[in-house]
Ligand binder design. Structure first.
Ligand code: IMP
Length: 192
């Protein structure tokens, strides 16, 4: 066990997913657990840039090893939109439902449904900045399916499956998901 590491997030789903993968290596703590309630502005125009902003913010103020992730849904027929703007695709209220509806509207009549989730993790360990990436390829469905997960999960079907991300249980999603793969890359580095 390497001790505690801060995952720079307030998203309960993500914390659960990632803690399960890093169990036995790190005790993963959230922003809330270190008493940080600041809203960290993600002003970069790339996933790498935003992950770095978030990790650096915590490392500079708290001096604790930490990591942050940033994810985008990249839709081929939309020139990789919404990408880095996935959370606020339909506006600043960051509504998952509105985001999905807007994406489905923008893909009306479009037969190329290819898309991928891409996650970038920036970890800062003893002051050293490290980057890891994870990708999952799939298709955008024509309507939402399933009740699990969050964000765009009900309209994303990973390649090789007949289920949306919202129909997979957490363990199965972790095995193949963008974030799961990025965290696995981070784990492999830690085990080197
Ligand atoms: P974040 O950088 O992880 O906050 O992700 C940005 C946005 O991408 C989120 O607000 C969600 O809309 C979407 N997103 C990220 N990860 C997932 C996922 O695992 N499933 C579905 N949507 C996701």
């Amino acid at each position: 066990m390497l001790g505690k590491i801060v995952f720079v997030t307030n998203n309960r789903h993500k914390l659960e997913e990632v803690s399960a993968i890093l169990a036995g290596i790190y005790e993963v703590v959230s922003l809330e657990q270190i008493g940080c309630t600041d809203d960290i502005e993600e002003t970069a125009h790339t996933l790498e840039g935003n992950a770095l902003i978030k990790a650096k913010y915590i490392y500079d103020r708290y001096g604790i090893d930490c990591f942050a992730d940033d994810t985008g849904l990249e839709v081929e027929a939309l020139d990789n939109a919404p990408g880095v703007y996935s959370a606020r695709y339909a506006g600043e209220e960051k509504s998952a439902e509105n985001n999905m509806n807007l994406l489905l509207r923008n893909l009306e009549g479009v037969t190329n449904r290819n898309a991928r989730f891409r996650t970038v993790i920036c970890a800062i360990l003893h002051g050293k900045e490290l980057f890891f990436e994870g990708v999952v390829d799939g298709k955008i469905l024509y309507e939402p399916v399933g009740n699990g997960g969050f964000g765009y999960d009900p309209i994303f079907m990973p390649d090789g499956y007949n289920l949306s991300f919202a129909e997979l249980n957490m363990a199965d999603k972790n095995k193949i998901s963008h974030r799961g793969r990025a965290v696995e890359a981070f784990c492999s580095y830690l085990k080197m």
